[in-house]
Design a protein around this ligand. Sequence first.
Ligand code: PMP
Length: 311
Amino acid sequence: MESYAYFEGHFVPHAQAKVGIMTHALNYGTACFEGIRAYWSQDHFSIFRIKDHYLRLSNSVRILKMSLPHDVDELCRLTVELLAMNPYREDVYIRPMAYKCSEVLGVRLHNVNDGFFIFITPFGAYLDTEKGIACCTSSWKRIDDDMIPARAKITGAYINSALAKTEAVDNGFDEAILLTRDGHVSEGSGENFFLVIDGHLVTPPVYDNILVGITRQSIIEIASRELGIETEERTIDRTELYIADECFLTGTAGEVAPVLSIDHRPVGSGAIGPVSAKLQKLYMQIARGERDAYNHWCTFLKPSLVEIARK
Ligand code: PMP
């Protein structure tokens, strides 16, 4: 069955959604995007925090002096419609992108038109969340807010992540932890960072050049509400990584990924810790729409009902 994308105002077959080689965003990295997961169970999808993703996209485009073609509610509606018309009945990743679409030369943000698309693709685990992962501190430093703002999810900024990720994998690790220019912990190449120290959570503050993650915010709330564990948002020294009790990464793609070693040193006992395990289980249940108290975070879609409604 054919898959569809939303491209420049229309639902089109995925294969027809193409841009030209002079597209500004392709040449200069001038685009903002999101990554949203929709989890499939039996007969329905649970799309996790779709509205929060579009709210973050709204902030990203403001930083790049761009505008979105619709308001957040309409973007959510279009995304749900696109998911329903696609043939997938498995976990998927949804990728909206606002991009500088003019085919013109010249590095700038002004006098270039804005385009928008959404595509959907099947997507399983991104990191080995069951076994846990091995991390290194990267030799690449995290981009600063006054260079390329990490707060905005900008395609061009992902060169920073790609350099760090590939260096880590080339050196036998699963993921990189990037430090700020002044040597403090920022985040993973595509995930936020948490330590468990003396029974509470510690995570870098927004001003340490992180992308303000939706999973991060969810974990802070879930830990407090379900486990009575509070999170301290503060600057973290590199050597705290070596003495923490537990460590995990959070992200839409990475979900809750326990970190078992950093720079070849075991984190805590070197096995998945109890707090990480509990949070991982809770997060997956919540994101899949299995916990009523958090259903306001999930948009449920039963494709069979949509098809019936269309007939
Ligand atoms: N940091 C970076 C650099 C990322 O790319 C992501 C993934 N979007 C995250 C953190 C986690 O953000 P979220 O939980 O919203 O997916």
